[in-house]
Design a protein around this ligand. Structure first.
Ligand SMILES: [Zn+2]
Length: 188
């Protein structure tokens, strides 16, 4: 099932998500639906709050980015109860976008290395270190679990300039090829 994507300004995108238990209802189905929704909207990653679920899950499939960065090939994972325990390396500035903030891209500084602990969709525990583009996508999706959006991380000047654009987005003034839920609309 393809879920509609929750759009900037909706309060669920600002909630800190909660860890789940192994027997969380329909967990495998939710993970499958998250991948399906992500592919449908042509994203590299998707976090549960973006489909209206305030739980600590995100999915990534880096395959579409492999053309630009071969390290992203076959980087397909589900991250459940994800917790970053270390961010290090140098700060790298790179352009980012987000399915919840359509038709916008901004440069964001992020650390080049992360260590992350999580369970996969088979409830196997992982403690892994990622670098480069992978570390970037992980940090973007992980931030969603803490109610943080990439636009929070741009420079104060850029943020002031973005205010009007973000306001327009939250009012639905954008066009995309996927279904969305605007602030004020009910999540089913
Ligand atoms: Zn995002």
């Amino acid at each position: 099932m393809v879920y509609p994507i929750v759009i900037y300004g909706h309060p669920i995108l600002r909630k800190v998500t909660e860890d789940i238990e192994k027997d969380y209802p329909n967990l495998k189905q939710i993970i499958n639906d998250m991948f399906e929704t992500m592919y449908h909207s042509e994203g590299l990653g998707l976090a549960a709050p973006q489909i209206g679920k305030s739980v600590r899950i995100f999915v990534i499939d880096g395959t579409p980015a492999a053309e630009d960065d071969p390290s992203m090939a076959d980087f397909k994972r589900a991250f459940i109860n994800a917790h970053i325990t270390e961010r290090s390396g140098e700060l790298v500035l790179m352009s980012e976008g987000c399915l919840s903030i359509p038709n916008l891209r901004e440069d964001v500084n992020r650390e080049s290395l992360v260590r992350i602990q999580y369970y996969d969709e088979n409830w196997v525990y992982h403690d892994e270190v990622y670098e480069g583009y992978k570390a970037r996508v992980i940090q973007h999706e992980y931030d969603h679990l803490d109610g943080i959006l990439y636009t929070d991380k741009v420079s104060p000047l850029r943020r002031r300039l973005l205010k009007g654009k973000l306001n327009a987005i939250s009012k639905g003034k954008f066009e995309v090829d996927y279904k969305t839920i605007l602030p004020g609309q009910k999540i089913h």
